[in-house]
Design a protein around this ligand. Structure first.
Ligand code: PLP
Length: 233
């Protein structure tokens, strides 16, 4: 596991967590929402199990990782100490990792294509374990980004249910890095409402308060909690 150059101490992490929770509470207040309707997903990718345990000791139970292998090693270790930990997989998922993903995750947020739907349905059958599934929508229709294109999202939701027998519980998005994310959040919230989907994972370190104001039920916060990540090799 690569070490973070300026990794915060356990106290620093607890302080960061408290500040983020306070910001979540204030965003909920502005939006007239109950703070318990928003779950913080602590995105620990690239950070070691010790950082996860420090944040868990401060009361955090839900974590997010984007790579199955990294998550499996790190969370097997963390869960021996904190069995209550819940893991969300938030990164692009290869079909050959579907079975491992189903084995370790409580929530898989990156369902975005028919082949993956088929692989997850197969893995769920074999493992006898059913993580909650979110469909990732490429709200900006950006060519380099994962996710179902906007125009195909409704059809894909239907195919997940009718062709693959999958119960999708919500939607996830990563809006374009440039520009106002709010219209994207609002669009995704509308799609979820039209399909009766209760879970909306949207908002990261830079925009989670706006996402809460637009209806996010889950915000995925990494940098603001754990500090900057080492740049990918
Ligand atoms: C890394 C990541 C995050 C966290 O991003 P920060 O800007 O560090 O808060 C959220 N969602 C996904 C899908 C990610 O890959």
């Amino acid at each position: 596991m690569p070490d973070t150059p300026d990794a915060p101490s356990a106290d620093g992490l607890a302080g960061n967590l408290a500040r983020i929770k306070d910001r979540i509470a204030r965003a909920c207040q502005r939006a007239g929402r109950d703070p318990s309707s928003v779950t913080l997903v602590a995105v620990s990718k690239t950070h070691p199990a010790e950082a996860v345990l420090a944040v868990a000791a401060a009361g955090q139970t839900t974590f997010g990782e984007n790579r199955v292998q990294e998550a499996a090693a790190k969370f097997a270790a963390a869960r021996t100490v904190r069995p209550e930990i819940r893991l969300h997989l938030i990164g692009g998922l290869q079909t050959n990792k579907a079975r491992d993903a189903v084995r370790i995750a409580e929530v898989i947020e990156s369902l975005d294509r028919p082949k993956l739907a088929a692989a997850l349905a197969d893995a769920i059958g074999r493992e006898g374990r059913s993580p909650a599934l979110l469909v990732q929508v490429n709200v900006g229709d950006e060519p380099q980004k994962a996710g179902v294109p906007r125009a195909e999202a409704a059809d894909f939701l239907r195919a997940c249910r009718e062709e693959h027998g999958l119960a999708v519980s919500g939607l996830m998005c990563i809006p374009p890095a440039e520009g106002d994310p709010r219209p994207h959040f609002a669009w995704l919230a509308g799609l979820a409402a039209r399909h009766g989907l209760p879970t909306l994972s949207m908002g990261m370190s830079g925009d989670f308060e706006a996402a809460i104001e637009e209806g996010a039920t889950h915000v995925r916060v990494g940098t603001a909690l754990f500090g900057t990540r080492p740049s990918p090799a």
